[in-house]
Design a protein around this ligand. Structure first.
Ligand SMILES: [Zn+2]
Length: 148
């Protein structure tokens, strides 16, 4: 059994006004906002499910993203060592599905894991970000993804 953090969210990295308020509300509840039973703060529909993962648009997309999707596990995991090949197979299928559906021809897939004091992630529950940037005059505008 992998030890879970007592701190499901880290307010240090909540950037904007509304997001900061939501994070404060989640802290008061003391529950993980990405676990299926508490998935009420998320504002966008689930686009596709696999057995253990789902894909949805980020409620608070990063600046300069054309698409900012989150791939979220249905079980509470915080550490990389909790992921198995079956997880990566499902994640691959969701990334391939989204790339086709949203005509993503290039972008980034990122994962932060473990202690949120080192990750810059506001939610400890493991999730991948699938990001493609906006274009301006056919050139991409960089998206900055914080780690730490
Ligand atoms: Zn969770």
């Amino acid at each position: 059994m992998v030890k879970k953090s007592q701190k499901f969210v880290n307010p240090r990295f909540a950037r904007k006004g509304e997001y900061k308020e939501v994070i404060s509300a989640i802290i008061k509840e003391g529950k993980c906002p990405f676990c299926p039973e508490n998935f009420k703060y998320h504002k966008n529909p689930i686009l596709k499910n696999t057995k253990n993962w789902l894909i949805t648009r980020s409620s608070w997309p990063y600046k300069n993203t054309r698409e900012h999707l989150l791939i979220i596990g249905k079980k509470h995991k915080e550490n990389f060592k909790e992921l198995y090949m079956d997880d990566f197979k499902e994640i691959m299928s969701l990334v391939n599905w989204a790339n086709k559906k949203f005509k993503i021809t290039g972008g980034g897939l990122t994962l932060r894991f473990g202690n949120t004091d080192y990750t810059g992630s506001s939610v400890a529950h493991i999730h991948f970000h699938l990001i493609t940037p906006k274009l301006k005059n056919k050139k991409s505008i960089p998206v900055y993804f914080p780690i730490g």
